[in-house]
Structures are given as structure tokens and as C-alpha cells.
Design a protein around this ligand. Structure first.
Ligand SMILES: [Zn+2]
Ligand SMILES: [Zn+2]
Length: 315
């Protein structure tokens, strides 16, 4: 169990870490600061409180442990329970990050070239995307579908039979400075599997051009506009309302309506490109990992797993 030849298992001491000391000293005060005696609904949401409480107990032997017997050194080791939190516990976060990245690289992603597509939505939609799961889910499906359509479209021009694409989406909810900013990192197989008689064969595709990226951004923009209006996230006839009374989402919507008819991708120069924006949506696709580059693959999976919530798509 403890693989003595390599190194002795040493339990970590979370209670001596800076974050643990900071949270345990100020947690009660922090919880109280959210309570308003005049408002019964006030207070820290239960799921947030549970994350903190779990973190305070994580890895502390007094809070529960299992005894493991090691055949090699013939000794017992106490292994403290972990909180399995997804938000603030650095230990559980790091473990999940490594396990998920290793799982993706070992068992999920085939050894072919990958490209990372990043979609950043307009500032005005951040709040809506952060609170409404269905809006975020739609944005993921619009973006991934647009990428897949582009790849299969290219494959059909090459006469590749029954092209199939693959991608893993990582939803990131925060920036480095913990600002709320839901955005997507999508690891896409950089080509298609063609269903040939001898079996599936992977064919790499050329790097996207700025026309390709513009049509991705436009597709997501148009579909999000329609969806947000249809689901009632803006008032009807928002364009007739006073600018000052508009919500951020309505402002974004009205500005989109006022934009002159969108530039057709076929009217811009078809050159290699790594980033473009449309209607506030920006698309980046500069990171590519070559076939056989295991470290690159793990790295791009690790980096995208800081706040992991991957969704796997195959089409
Ligand atoms: Zn041992
Ligand atoms: Zn933990």
C-alpha cells in the first residue's frame, strides 16, 4: 500500500495550512455577516456553508478515518476522510484535477491531434449564464455543434465517408481573480474519424481560418439571441424601452438588433487566425497539441480542470 521502496506515506496536516487557519478563525464571523434579522431568507446559502464545513474537516484524523493495513511494511496507516468538495478545498480540487486529467488522457481521448477552442461570452450575459443552467447548457451545445458542423462540412468536401467528431468541454466559471465569468474551453479532436472499410481512420484537418472562427462566433451569437428572447429573459419589445431601464441582457440584445446586417464570413480574407469576436462572443483556437504529445495533452487537460465540470460530446 505505502510502497516503502518509493516513499513512506506521510499524512498531510491541513490544520497547519494558511487557508485552513484563515477559514477556521473567521468562518463564524463570515457566516454571521450574511445574516439579516429582518430578512428570514438571508444568510449564506447552504451549499456554500457545506463546502466550507467540509473543507474544515477534510484530512483531519479526529473527524474520521479508515485504517489501512500495508502488506509490505506490515503496518497500519490511518487515512483521514476527505471532503470531496469542488469549490474551495485545494487538496480535493488537486486530486480531482489529476484524476480527471489522467482518466481523459488514458481512457477517453484517442491519441490524435487536439485543438482547444475557447468561447468567451459578452460581459452582459455573465450573470445570466452563472445563474441559469439551461442558458449555459444551450451555449455549450450551440458552440460544440457549430464546431462539429464545420469539421464534418470540411470532411464531406474531402469525400471522407461518415465523418465523426469528438470533444470534451470544460466549463470555467471564474477568472484567475475569481470574477464570475462563465466561459468554455473545448478540447476538440483536430480532424475527423472517417468510417472506412478497414475501420475508422483519423484524418487531420487544416487549422481554422478567420472565416471559420467568425462563422462559429456568429452562429453562437444568432442562436443565443433567439433562445434568450424565446425563453423570456428579456421583456418583449425591449428595443422600444428607455435605455436606462434596460437590464444588461436587454442592452446586449438591443445592441445586437441595431447592428447592421452581419458581415458574411465569405466577405473577409480567408487567412489563418487564432481569435475573432462577434456580437460580444469571442472565439480563440490557438492552442494545438500534436499526436503523441502526452505531456501536452495532460497539460491542456490539467489546466482546464481548475474548476472541473467536463462534458463529453461525440457526434
Ligand atoms: Zn507500508
Ligand atoms: Zn477536501
Amino acid at each position: 500500500m505505502c510502497a516503502q521502496a518509493v516513499s513512506e506515506y506521510k499524512p498531510r496536516k491541513p490544520e497547519s495550512g494558511i487557508l485552513h487557519r484563515l477559514v477556521s478563525t473567521h468562518f463564524d464571523e463570515f457566516v454571521e455577516s450574511f445574516e439579516d434579522p429582518d430578512c428570514p431568507e438571508s444568510g449564506l446559502p447552504t451549499f456554500v456553508r457545506k463546502e466550507f464545513e467540509g473543507f474544515l474537516d477534510c484530512g483531519i484524523l479526529e473527524r474520521g478515518f479508515v485504517l489501512l493495513f500495508c502488506d509490505r511494511c506490515q503496518r497500519e496507516h490511518a487515512l483521514a476522510f476527505s471532503c470531496k468538495g469542488r469549490a474551495i478545498c485545494p487538496s480535493c480540487g488537486a486530486r480531482r484535477m489529476q484524476e480527471t486529467a489522467a482518466h481523459l488522457v488514458d481512457d477517453v481521448l484517442p491519441d490524435v491531434a487536439l485543438r482547444q477552442y475557447v468561447l468567451s461570452p459578452p460581459f452582459e450575459l455573465r450573470g445570466l449564464l452563472a445563474c441559469k443552467r439551461e442558458v449555459l447548457a444551450k451555449m455549450v451545445s450551440f458552440f460544440v455543434r457549430a464546431i462539429f458542423e464545420q469539421l464534418t462540412g470540411w470532411a464531406r468536401c474531402q469525400d471522407l465517408p461518415e465523418p465523426k467528431c469528438g470533444a470534451v468541454t470544460f466549463i470555467q466559471r471564474f477568472t484567475k481573480t475569481l470574477n464570475i465569468s462563465p466561459h468554455l474551453h473545448v478540447l476538440v479532436l483536430d480532424g475527423v474519424f472517417a468510417n472506412e472499410e478497414e475501420g475508422p481512420r483519423f484524418v487531420e484537418c487544416p487549422a481554422p481560418t478567420n472565416r471559420d472562427l467568425l462563422s462559429l462566433a456568429q452562429s453562437v451569437f444568432k442562436k443565443m439571441e433567439k433562445f434568450i428572447a424565446k425563453r423570456g429573459y428579456i421583456r418583449s419589445a425591449s428595443d422600444a424601452l428607455e435605455e436606462a431601464s434596460l437590464t444588461p441582457v436587454e442592452r446586449w440584445y438591443v445592441r445586437g438588433l441595431a447592428e447592421p446586417s452581419m458581415l458574411s464570413p465569405s466577405r473577409i480574407a480567408d487567412v489563418r487566425s487564432t481569435a475573432i469576436a462577434c456580437g460580444g462572443f469571442s472565439v480563440h483556437a490557438q492552442v494545438r497539441v500534436a499526436r503523441g504529445d502526452r505531456r501536452g495533452r495532460e497539460g491542456s487537460a490539467y489546466m482546464r480542470l481548475v474548476r472541473p465540470s467536463p462534458k463529453i460530446n461525440f457526434a
